[in-house]
Write a protein that binds this ligand. Structure first.
Ligand code: OOB
Length: 560
């Protein structure tokens, strides 16, 4: 793997890998300030297991398993030994696509122990996305569950393996492994592994993105660990906390804000929720005494409604984190009365910066803002289109730099030149306003992305798939308001002259059959003759968005 500097000026490439990292003076500052504690994930788990081996770390209700810290630690050692014996070494990439099952943690801690890098795919990803992740990262292995949600991941793995020559192993957790090796057969007698250094890369997270293909986000042990303990302090997570992981475990929000990894850092308990509907989550909250969890806005709405009639006692719940997309003030006001807990808004991004409303903020601040940064060293700039700082209180582009915000994507020099300023600020693509108390209010988005109830869709990615249809001349994808999801996708399509007329459903099927996650299939397809243009003749997405909003599709029941 090349370690040449690939980033903008102001960033340097260290031993962390093929991505720009923090310049030495920043790294020194963050260490001196105590933000970077010099810990690794493997070492952290070892310490927690030594301190309280018998405390329960992971509860997996679907299979009725409860792993103590001692058990998780020992399992990670054994799995690391087995993976190492199969040739997985430090720096190797391993695509991990697991549902919310205990093996997720066994696998990632085994990889952390080796210094191999999990690449965090989501269960919703399909052939197109997984093939891309495996190919782009030259992944050595791919870990799946046999089946989940009625979908056979072995069939997906067979397709991916046929296309990606670097993929030496597919390991299947739970169920019949088919033609592949069962994850349960991999563990071996523990061996001594040198392990990574705190400033090394720990894993690659996926960007929500606004480009044709997702970018990969390189996070180090030092920086991510800070976002965990920093979050724990602000969310009141300590060793008596019980965190319910209701969203897909690999997403940055339930992983680290403060998430499952924050809970493990604190020596607390993680309860894995197989799916986030109240029927599944509420009995678990009651049974396990859950104290804190995180949801995207559409789910938070469903929970507040369901709480009114539930027979389950939700009294243990102290904090509900809501983030991933804008939570409306009206919905935010309903949380405390309905669920009897404190709402904490989270405005975060897998690239780094995470903002929280504070538990002791006035209720008005909690319901009207998206919080303020974790760290005193998080630098926030609100700028105009030319990167000029705007007067306090103005609405503008959010740029940020800090001790847990990346300085560049993995192996993406061209994107990096665009997504980061010369002095290392990340261009979030979010339009925000800063209140006098230093809280951020998210006012909109400049990036060409649809935020479908917290799931991010890059317009360009879907447009490229639409353009692959032989009857499609041109396509533009925009977001339109949705009462439940916040936004949903609308594809405007111009057909080729003389092409057979198409039905919207055929276009949707075409996109789905290209092997994409279901949430990326356009909710609505409209055929048009021309696209509106701007003064200089560019296609005006702004006008398309207004058209979609002015002439919305009829409301329909939606799923997040
Ligand atoms: C979280 O991470 P990502 O990487 O999936 O998405 C980041 C983007 C932000 O740039 C922003 O556009 C949007 O999602 N977003 C919000 C928001 N939280 C995220 N927009 C409005 N209000 C909010 N509260 O989504 C994520 C990562 C860590 C913690 C929480 C969310």
């Amino acid at each position: 793997m090349s370690t040449a500097s690939t980033g903008p000026a102001g960033a340097s490439t260290g031993p962390a890998g093929a991505a720009p990292t923090w310049p030495a003076e920043f790294a020194e500052r963050y260490r001196a300030a105590g933000w970077w504690r010099g810990e690794t994930f493997g070492g952290m788990l070892r310490e927690r297991a030594a301190a309280h081996p018998e405390r329960v770390a992971i509860v997996d209700p679907a299979t009725d398993r409860r792993w103590t810290y001692g058990a998780l630690d020992a399992r990670a050692d054994r799995l690391a030994a087995g993976m190492a014996a199969r040739g997985i070494t430090a720096g190797d990439r391993v695509v991990v696509q697991l549902p919310n099952i205990a093996e997720f943690f066994e696998v990632i801690f085994a990889l952390f122990r080796i210094g191999a890098l999990p690449v965090f795919a989501l269960p919703a990803h399909r052939e197109t996305e997984i093939t891309y992740f495996c190919r782009f990262t030259e992944a050595a292995a791919y870990v799946v569950a046999a089946e989940h949600g009625g979908y056979d991941y072995r069939a997906l793995a067979a397709q991916v393996r046929a296309e990606v020559p670097t993929l030496r192993h597919v390991w299947v957790a739970q169920g019949d492994p088919g033609e592949f090796e069962a994850l349960a057969d991999v563990p071996a007698e523990p061996v001594d592994l040198p392990g990574p250094a705190p400033h090394d890369l720990a894993f690659l997270q996926l960007s929500g993105g606004s480009t044709g293909v997702p970018k990969l986000i390189p996070r180090t042990h030092d920086d991510y660990m800070y976002s965990l303990w920093g979050s724990n302090e602000l969310c009141g997570v300590d060793e008596d906390s019980v965190y319910l992981c209701a969203l897909p475990a690999a997403h940055n929000f339930p992983l680290s804000s403060p998430g499952s990894l924050g809970a493990l850092y604190a020596g607390a308990r993680v309860v894995l929720c197989p799916q986030p509907a109240p029927e599944t989550a509420f009995p678990l909250i009651e049974r396990e005494g859950v104290t804190i969890t995180g949801l995207v806005p559409p789910l938070a709405l469903v929970w507040t409604e369901a709480a009114a009639t539930t027979p389950h006692d939700l009294g243990s719940l102290q904090v509900l984190l809501v983030g991933g997309a804008k939570f409306s003030e009206e919905a935010a006001r309903r949380v405390r009365p309905a669920l009897g807990c404190t709402l904490q808004q989270v405005f975060g991004m897998a690239e780094g910066l995470v903002n929280y409303t504070r538990l002791d903020d006035p209720e008005e601040t909690i319901v009207t803002t998206q919080g303020r940064p974790i760290s005193p060293d998080d630098e926030i700039r609100v700028v105009d289109d030319e990167d000029n700082d705007l007067p306090p209180g103005s609405t503008g582009h959010l740029l940020t730099r800090g001790p847990y915000t990346i300085r560049g994507y993995w192996n993406a020099p061209e994107h990096n030149a665009r997504s980061f300023t010369a002095d290392g600020f990340y261009r979030t693509g979010d339009i925000v306003r800063l209140t006098p108390t230093g809280h951020l209010v998210v006012e909109g988005r400049a990036k060409d992305q649809i935020n479908r109830g917290g799931e991010k869709i890059a317009a360009e990615e879907i447009e490229n798939h639409l353009l692959a249809h032989p009857a499609v001349h041109d396509a533009n994808v925009v977001g339109e308001p949705d009462p439940y999801l916040g936004e949903r996708t609308c594809a405007y399509v111009i057909l080729r002259a003389g092409a057979e007329p198409l039905k919207p459903v055929a276009v949707k099927r075409f996109v789905r059959e290209r092997g994409l996650a279901a949430y990326k299939v356009p909710d609505r397809v409209e055929f048009v003759d021309v696209f509106p243009q701007t003064g200089v003749g560019k296609i005006s997405k702004k006008d398309l968005r207004s058209a979609a909003t002015a002439d919305p599709a009829p409301p329909r029941p939606a799923t997040p």
